[in-house]
Design a protein around this ligand. Sequence first.
Ligand SMILES: [Zn+2]
Length: 265
Amino acid sequence: MGTRLMRFVVLVCAGLFSSACSVATYGGGVGREDVVESVVATPWQEIGRSVEGRPIRLRTIGSGARRVLWVGGIHGNEVEGVIATEELPAAFAGVRGLSDRVTLTIVEDVNPDGRAARSRGNAHGIDLNRNYPARNFAASPTNGDEPLCEPESRVLHDLIVRLDPHVVIVAHSWGRRADGPPCFINFDGPAEHLARRFGELSGYAVVPSENIHGTPGSLGSFVGIDRRTPILTLEYERGRSPDRCWSETREAILAVIGGDTGSGS
Ligand SMILES: [Zn+2]
């Protein structure tokens, strides 16, 4: 049994069906007979472009009724979640039954220009995590003159409105401060139960948004506070290796994706 979930193969279909050439299948074994379950995942698909024309991409895995959105990055100088984004599909496929219950949408990175330049903002110098049409939006040179004035913000906004996810998880990182935890899970909206479970499984501190300095126009404000959709903002420690970040939070991320809030709840 143990080996089944430890090994994954990716079978890239060769056009047997009209859409099969663009579908990868994660199997829980190495041979056709050993596959415990097959999980269909789309390849990366472009859903928009950045200011400088870089693609913003997503992929979907699983086919369940629970819709979960993972956003791998929004601040370009926060790359600690990159391995989590890469490893998530195989990890998801390795949890028996999860793909029947959950459809996981993965946005690779909302800010590819910032990622390329290692800058927090996009190529216009706008902080995309302050550019959402939340009630607390505050115009400024770095927040933007108006909500959704940046193409990257619009792409993610439109996806969220269309998808209407049950939960959103966004990867960030945070420069450690003397009086704060090195890494933590922040939440907005009706997400405290999920954040607490995340904290139990990862050891990360749980920090409500009220305890953080104001974040007008943030994704958390728009999604969590205004739309009342649970959203977790995962703050890895800045500079910690992405491999370590993933190994520390893998179980917690999968639990939140599956809606597992622990025993007795
Ligand atoms: Zn950030």
